[in-house]
Design a protein around this ligand. Structure first.
Ligand SMILES: Nc1ncnc2c1ncn2[C@@H]1O[C@H](COP(=O)(O)OP(=O)(O)OP(=O)(O)O)[C@@H](O)[C@H]1O
Ligand SMILES: O=P(O)(O)OC[C@H]1O[C@H](OP(=O)(O)OP(=O)(O)O)[C@H](O)[C@@H]1O
Ligand SMILES: [Mg+2]
Length: 323
């Protein structure tokens, strides 16, 4: 009997748009057969996949429980919500969006407080003066405990915050906070500053697989197909295709280009007539074309790549190694 592979995709919030765009770029068009408010979907042209639209934190919980096979979520949520995360899930690939840092922030008015060691001093002094513990507002309870303990800070208490955490110090419900930030504008608007060594985690959206999901009945094979497309797209995005043909193009020149520009030769070469196809990191393309022309190339064509399929499937290999 074959069971569907369940793919969890953020249905709202910061990761939603980018997640859908990411699958579309990988040639995986997500469709909602019963309309926009439907929280179950499919992938066009690919049988055996059920798309579950959930919030990022629900995706994280279901990955931990093994009730979905793969999903997109923030690393911050994985590290916060899943004890012993690496035993339960595999982070297959960072996706280059949803970048945000989990940070320790204090009021800007605390001018002498710049480091976690300073926070430790404040904590001790606070307890002596006020007869109670300094309060830290956060929803990242586990990350905060680990980080504070690693810095030897013990005189504090966590005030669990469900939202608008940055407002807690001004509201008088906590002395400092731990929260996620990307542009920093919310911290700034609330007159808070990050302490110098107070970055707990640099997070971004990841493609994550559940080690404890049921990987029998064809789901593994379906994952292989999905990951093959994602890997082909990732590889395509990392390179531009550069083509030329000129008599002076030889193996020595190709070796030089590899050393100078980090190019790859997907089809080997050059041929006996000097025909060469290179895959070049985007930032090096112009320098490479100058290099080729200096050595005799009359024309150099550069094109974007949609997919580069290769014999190996590095993402699937990573998944298999963890199952
Ligand atoms: N300011 C931000 N910039 C970039 N990514 C962010 C930002 N805030 C959150 N994220 C990422 O998106 C994830 C989900 O955050 P989002 O705000 O969408 O939902 P939430 O705050 O967890 O839940 P809710 O929708 O209930 O507020 C975060 O865990 C983090 O990985
Ligand atoms: O550094 P910035 O760019 O200012 O972003 C930081 C803010 O973004 C997130 O909140 P969000 O807007 O997602 O609202 P929420 O608190 O309801 O999740 C996060 O909780 C911060 O409050
Ligand atoms: Mg949010």
């Amino acid at each position: 009997m074959s069971a569907p592979l369940i793919l969890a995709v953020p249905a709202k919030g910061r990761l939603q748009e980018n997640a859908e765009a990411f699958f579309a770029r990988s040639g995986l068009q997500l469709v909602k057969p019963r309309g926009a408010r439907d929280y179950r979907g499919a992938v066009a042209g690919l049988d055996g996949v059920e798309v579950a639209y959930l919030s990022a934190s629900e995706i994280t919980a279901q990955l931990a429980a093994g009730s979905v096979h793969m999903g997109i979520t923030g690393e911050d949520l994985v590290r916060e919500q899943i004890a012993d995360a690496d035993k339960r899930v595999v982070l297959l690939e960072p996706l280059g969006f949803g970048h945000a840092n989990v940070v320790v922030a204090v009021p800007q008015a605390w001018i002498d407080v710049r480091t976690m060691a300073d926070i430790d001093d404040v904590a001790t002094g606070f307890r002596q003066h006020h007869g109670r513990k300094m309060r830290v507002a956060t929803k990242y309870i586990n990350l905060t405990r680990e980080f504070f303990s690693a810095h030897g800070v013990i005189d504090y208490r966590i005030v669990e915050s469900a939202g608008a955490t940055e407002g807690a110090p001004a509201a008088g419900t906590a002395e400092l906070i731990v929260d996620i930030t990307s542009t920093g504008s919310t911290l700034h608007a609330n007159a808070l500053k990050i302490v110098d060594d107070g970055v707990i985690l640099r997070s971004q959206a990841n493609l994550v697989a559940a080690r404890t999901a049921d990987w029998a009945n064809g789901t593994r094979e379906t994952a292989r197909v999905i990951l093959d497309r994602i890997a082909a797209q990732a590889r395509a995005r990392a390179f531009r295709e550069v083509r030329s043909r000129f008599p002076a193009c030889d193996a020595k020149l190709v070796d030089d280009a590899k050393a100078k520009f980090g190019v790859q030769t997907p089809f080997g070469g050059p041929t006996s007539s000097g025909m060469l196809t290179l895959h070049c990191p985007p930032g090096q393309v112009y320098a490479l074309t100058a290099f080729l022309r200096e050595r005799g190339a009359e024309a150099v064509a550069v094109a974007d790549l949609d997919y580069v399929f290769s014999k190996d499937n590095p993402l699937f290999a990573k998944l298999e190694a963890a199952l």
